[in-house]
Design a protein around this ligand. Structure first.
Ligand SMILES: NC(=O)c1ccc[n+]([C@@H]2O[C@H](COP(=O)([O-])OP(=O)(O)OC[C@H]3O[C@@H](n4cnc5c(N)ncnc54)[C@H](OP(=O)(O)O)[C@@H]3O)[C@@H](O)[C@H]2O)c1
Length: 228
């Protein structure tokens, strides 16, 4: 699978890129500029202590979306709409995993509080801007710290939601390959309204130092209810 990380130069995107590179996927780190994308690729090489990583490359966001089979959106809420518009053509017909957190910090408030968007969830907002794509809410509750601690398994489930069952199966098969992660299908995309609100809770626990890189686990899942 060729996966583009749209806005992959920040902490969340870089962490997801590294994890997918490690699991053997082809990864394109996307950015608004080729220079920043290339610098992020160089950073990954430095972190993984490799001169060459054949399954990793850099591209501008719109080109990354066109080339990829599917993508992950990792930009702040304030950049979500413009970034979605910039990838609209390339993302048509494809899966877009959306990690956008609707945090109050997007308008100068606290990262431990949510914004209530007219569209519902941030992922529902992406779906409205990208009607021809299959948006799946994913990676909202996994912290960049846990992702970037790439020599350790990730101590967090990946709660996903979306309206396209086949797309969720594809996403679950990819994410379940990441060490420590269990993908949990939470239902239709509107459930992202709940998934996304867990993130400010986890951030608050980190700030209070109750946890480091707090995550969430869902227990008691019937194996018969797995997506595949
Ligand atoms: N960090 C976490 O632990 C975490 C956990 C769960 C969910 N999330 C969510 O994941 C998303 C990314 O988080 P992050 O911490 O990686 O964010 P970030 O570092 O602030 O931003 C990520 C990238 O977005 C692009 N960007 C920033 N401002 C932009 C703008 N005004 N217009 C267009 N692009 C812009 C930049 O890429 P270029 O300049 O290279 O284009 C930047 O490197 C957020 O929605 C966050 O809520 C984060």
């Amino acid at each position: 699978m060729k996966i583009a990380i749209i806005g992959g130069t920040g902490g969340q995107g870089l962490g997801i890129a590294i994890r997918f590179v490690q699991s053997g996927e082809d990864v394109i780190i996307g950015s608004r500029t080729m220079e920043k994308a290339q610098a992020a690729v160089d950073k990954v090489k430095e972190l993984l202590e490799k001169d060459k990583i054949p399954n990793l490359k850099a591209a501008e966001n719109s080109d990354a979306a066109k080339e990829a089979d599917l993508m992950v959106l990792t930009v702040p809420l304030a950049a979500q709409r413009s970034t979605c518009l910039s990838i609209k053509e390339g993302a048509a017909g494809k899966i877009v995993m959306d990690a956008t957190g609707p945090l109050e910090s997007a308008i100068g408030g606290s990262p431990t509080r949510c914004l209530y968007l007219p569209e519902g969830a941030a992922s529902e907002r992406s779906q409205k801007v990208l009607p021809d794509s299959k948006v799946i809410c994913a990676f909202n509750n996994i912290s960049s710290g846990a992702l970037m601690n790439f020599n350790e398994p990730i101590d967090c489930d990946c709660l996903i939601s979306g309206d396209d069952q086949e797309a969720k199966i594809t996403v679950a098969k990819l994410i379940d390959k990441l060490p420590g992660v269990q993908t949990v299908d939470c239902g239709p995309l509107e459930r992202a309204q709940i998934i996304e609100k867990i993130t400010p809770l986890l951030i608050g626990l980190n700030i209070k130092k109750t946890c480091k890189d707090a995550g969430i686990r869902i227990t008691g899942i019937d194996p018969e209810c797995k997506l595949y």
